[in-house]
Design a protein around this ligand. Structure first.
Ligand code: PLP
Length: 285
C-alpha cells in the first residue's frame, strides 16, 4: 500500500484526508516540487529545496521545515515505496480556512502533503534504443508567472491534453512573438550545427532543475557550445535536434514536431552525448 506524508505524519494514502476548504483545492493556492530519485539516491535535492523556498516566499507561505526535515520526509517515502526510480512529490498549500475569501488569511496553517510515484528509468545513452517523443506546438495561453511552480496547473493541463488528443507526448509552447517558451510540463532545448540553445529564464517558463543541471554539466564538460537566448519557432522547426527536460523524464529526444520529422527523423548524436554526460554527473547535484 502506498504510504504518504500529510502534515507531519506518514499514513496509507487511503487515510490521508484534506479539508474541502483547503485553499489548494479551492484556489490552487500552493506550490509544489517533484524530486527524482534513482536507486534510493535523490537527484538535485538542494536545487529543488532552493526553488521550493523561493516559491514559498514569492506567494508568502511560511513553512518551518528545514532542508534536513524535507530530506527525512523524502528518504522515508523512498524507503516505504521501494527505492526504485521514484518522483517525490511535495505539495504545500496555504491551508484550510472556514470561509472562501480570496485574500491570504493570516491565521491558518499550511497543508503539507508528499507522496512517491514511479518514474521511468534513465535511458541508456544510445540513440538506437531510446524512444523519441512526438510533439505538437501551440501558442502559450498560460499566465505571466510561469516561473512559479504553482499548483494552479489548469493552463498546463489543457496544453498537455491538447497533445494527448492529437496523439503525441507533449505540447511545445510559443509566445505572441512566436518565441519558444517551454512545454506544458518540461523545458525545451534545440540543437543546430552542434550548438545547444534553450530560452533564457524569465516569467514565461519554469526554472527547471533538470535544465539547470544539464546546462551546468555541458558547460563544465566544455565539449559543446551552450546558449541561453531567445529562440523563435522558425529555428525550432529547422533544428537538427529538440530535447525536453524534466525531473521525472530526464532528457528526452523529440523526433517529430507538428507531424514533421525533427532533423533526419532519428534521435541525434548530440542527444546521445548529452545523455551520457547527464547520466554520469546527475548525482553530483
Ligand atoms: N516546465 C514545466 C511547466 C514543468 O511542469 C516542469 C516540471 O514539472 C519543468 C519545466 C521541468 O522542471 P524540472 O526539471 O525542475 O522538473
Amino acid at each position: 500500500m502506498t504510504t504518504v506524508y500529510l502534515d507531519g505524519k506518514f499514513m496509507p494514502m487511503s487515510e490521508a484526508k484534506i479539508s474541502p476548504m483547503d485553499r489548494g483545492f479551492l484556489f490552487g493556492d500552493g506550490v509544489y516540487e517533484v524530486i527524482p530519485s534513482h536507486s534510493g539516491k535523490p537527484v538535485g535535492f538542494l536545487q529543488h529545496m532552493d526553488r521550493l523556498k523561493k516559491n514559498l516566499a514569492e506567494i508568502e507561505i511560511k513553512v518551518t521545515m528545514s532542508d534536513a526535515d524535507w530530506r527525512l520526509v523524502a528518504e522515508s517515502l523512498m524507503a516505504e515505496n521501494g527505492n526504485g526510480c521514484l518522483g517525490i512529490y511535495i505539495h504545500v498549500s496555504r491551508g484550510a480556512d472556514i470561509t472562501r475569501f480570496h485574500a491570504y488569511p493570516e491565521h491558518i496553517k499550511p497543508t503539507i502533503f508528499a507522496f512517491a510515484f514511479d518514474i521511468p528509468e534513465t535511458p541508456e545513452p544510445d540513440k538506437n534504443t531510446v524512444k523519441g517523443y512526438k510533439v505538437v506546438s501551440a501558442e502559450d495561453m498560460r499566465w505571466k508567472r510561469c516561473h512559479i511552480k504553482s499548483t494552479s496547473l489548469l493552463g498546463n493541463v489543457m496544453h498537455f491534453q491538447n497533445g494527448q488528443e492529437r496523439g503525441v507526448h507533449e505540447t511545445i509552447l510559443y509566445n505572441r512573438l512566436n518565441e519558444l517558451t517551454e512545454a506544458s510540463s518540461c523545458n525545451v532545448f534545440i540543437v543546430k550545427n552542434e550548438v545547444v540553445a534553450t530560452p533564457p529564464l524569465d516569467n514565461q517558463l519554469l526554472p527547471g532543475v533538470t535544465r539547470n543541471m544539464l546546462i551546468d554539466i555541458l558547460r563544465k564538460e566544455a565539449v559543446l557550445e551552450i546558449q541561453e537566448r531567445i529562440i523563435n519557432m522558425a529555428e525550432v522547426r529547422s533544428a537538427d535536434e529538440i530535447w525536453l527536460t524534466s525531473s521525472s523524464r530526464g532528457v528526452v529526444p523529440v523526433v517529430e514536431l507538428d507531424g514533421k520529422q525533427v532533423g533526419n527523423g532519428n534521435v541525434g548524436d548530440i542527444w546521445q552525448l548529452a545523455q551520457a554526460l547527464f547520466s554520469a554527473h546527475k548525482f553530483d547535484y
